[in-house]
Design a protein around this ligand. Structure first.
Ligand code: GDG
Length: 494
């Protein structure tokens, strides 16, 4: 029995759960799967509740006209059960989308919410585009709500809005539904940190932003700290009455509840992948330090490489014995800052490899690109140490995937306290990535940790992630939105 929701679930996210692309052979549009944990967990609930998914398809109005293709007969992905009528694509003009996505989401909200305000660009026309696009999403959500009532008239739909791309959409949805006499439940979940009032107040249109989120009935964040920051902002910026203890906010005569909902991974799926994956590392005496990130300045790659260089200087016994293997997935490649970061990293790796390489060995192995999930699972399984050391990160799923895949010789997780994961995964070796010298010491400690200590730490880390997997998260999300069904199979509404 899967997770039961009493409400048809209408997911609203920047992206659809798959990309629509042209098959180069046939010229027909096909679905290209995305293997993320969120899609794996959420798509089955959308299928089961006959819900819908509203999001961007990957194409623009100028590209072509297309209809969402049905899944192919051999599709066994979690989205295979989603019929085309359940997928609602948002198609926008290229320029408008670019101003919203690159101009506002990536150039302003991303750095700001990661407490890096110096990198944030505040431009009114980008904020205008953001609001316009959020309203376009909202209009399609209203259509989805109508459709949902047509199909199941006795069930109140749950509109579940995701992430910093869509913080402004809720009020428009709420007002229109009120005008049209449609009852809906509305929830919002933020995947990145919610910063303190001191940071949020830098955004010139912060009031409207907070009011946007408050259009929902329940609001979720990964950590209690993020919840408290949000509550504090609503109090100080908007003058809302708040109850910190019960995490409630009063706004426009409504009460909005705020919830700590730390996201997780499909644990058992990663265990299975690790058990089945062939060995990808050649047998050698080398120990592997593994790092896997999108190439993003929040992930702390530069600090990590500098600390690794310090390790080789300070502890020369690791020369020819260890490898740092970095997988950096290209991200936001059309943004200048990301191009510059890539250049900086290329240069730094070149310097370190040039300085320490010997005829038979290079210290850093680096892939700028993606590897398959099976390869990833094998690296997670066989690495001695995983370095998850972002400067700031909402949660970080790599830390969780690594421990799930540790099915053989136990390795060591080195974790930054500035990742959301650092709050619960306390058996990791914690390191402040800004403190380069100490970071090198922690790497050394991880590489030389006795087996019984590694075993003990990893056992506890694995036990926790197994218990609190992505389904645990999803149940809590539904509970917080007052939509969790009876898991014996009954589902009631109204
Ligand atoms: C945002 C928040 C929050 C990476 N390389 C490859 C690959 N990956 C997959 C990993 C993991 C995912 O990408 C990255 O997830 P993270 O959580 O680490 O980071 P963000 O992308 O920044 O996600 C974050 C998350 O939302 C969820 O709420 O935890 O804090 O920033 O799943 O496995 N997958 C494959 N090949 C790769 O090379 N197949």
């Amino acid at each position: 029995m899967g997770i039961q929701s009493t409400s048809p679930m209408i997911v609203v996210a920047n992206r659809l759960p798959f990309v629509v692309a042209k098959d180069p052979k046939t010229g027909n549009y096909i679905r290209k799967q995305s293997a993320g944990g969120l899609v794996t967990a959420v798509a089955p609930v959308v299928v089961e509740t006959e819900g819908m998914w509203v999001g961007w398809s990957g194409l623009h109005i100028e590209d072509d006209t297309f209809a969402i293709p049905e899944s192919s007969p051999d599709d066994n992905s979690p989205t295979a059960g989603l019929k085309s009528e359940q997928v609602i694509p948002v198609n926008l003009p290229r320029k408008l989308f670019d101003d919203y996505y690159n101009g506002c989401c990536n150039a302003c909200f991303w750095p700001l919410f990661h407490s890096m305000p110096d990198r944030a660009i505040f431009e009114e026309d980008k904020w205008d585009a953001y609001r316009e696009v959020n309203e376009e999403f909202a209009k399609l959500v209203i259509q989805a709500v109508h459709k949902s009532y047509k199909k199941t008239p006795d069930r109140i739909p749950l509109v579940w809005i995701h992430d910093y791309h869509l913080m402004y959409a809720a009020n428009y949805i709420r007002d229109t539904c009120n005008d049209e006499g449609l009852e809906v439940k509305m929830a919002f979940f933020l995947h990145i940190p919610f910063p303190s009032w001191d940071i949020i107040r830098l955004f010139p249109w912060a009031d409207e932003l907070l009011q946007g989120i408050l259009g929902c009935d329940s609001v979720g964040f990964h950590l209690e700290d993020y919840c408290l920051n949000f509550i504090d902002c609503c109090h100080r910026k908007l003058g809302c009455r708040i109850d910190r203890q019960r995490m409630l906010i009063e706004h426009n005569k409504r009460t909005v509840s705020v919830h700590t909902l730390p996201i997780s991974i499909p644990y058992e799926r990663f265990v299975k992948m690790a058990e089945e994956a062939p060995v990808v590392m050649k047998a050698s005496p080398e120990q592997l330090l593994l790092a896997v990130d999108r190439l993003d300045y929040t992930k702390g790659l530069v600090h990590r490489f500098k600390a690794f260089e310090r390790l080789l200087e300070k502890y020369p016994e690791h020369v020819e014995k260890v490898n740092l293997f970095q997988v950096a997935v290209p991200s936001r490649t059309d943004v200048k800052e990301y191009q510059e970061l890539k250049e900086e990293i290329d240069k730094l790796i070149g310097q370190i490899n040039g300085r320490f390489s010997t005829p038979n060995w290079s210290p850093i192995r680096y892939i700028y690109g993606c590897i398959t999930q099976a390869q990833l699972a094998a690296f997670y399984r066989d690495a001695s140490v995983a370095l998850v050391t972002p400067l700031r990160d909402g949660m970080n799923l790599v830390a969780k995937e690594f421990v799930a895949c540790q099915t053989r010789e136990p390795g060591v997780l080195v974790l930054s306290p500035f990742a959301g994961a650092g709050v619960t995964m306390q058996e990791a070796l914690m390191v402040n990535p800004y403190e380069i010298n100490h970071f090198a010491d922690v790497m050394h400690r991880a590489l030389t940790m006795p087996k019984d200590e590694r075993e003990l730490r990893m056992k506890q880390l694995r036990r926790r992630e197994k218990e609190r997997d992505v389904n645990f998260w999803l149940r809590n999300v539904l509970k917080s939105a007052d939509c969790l069904g009876d898991e014996s199979g009954e589902s009631k509404n109204r």
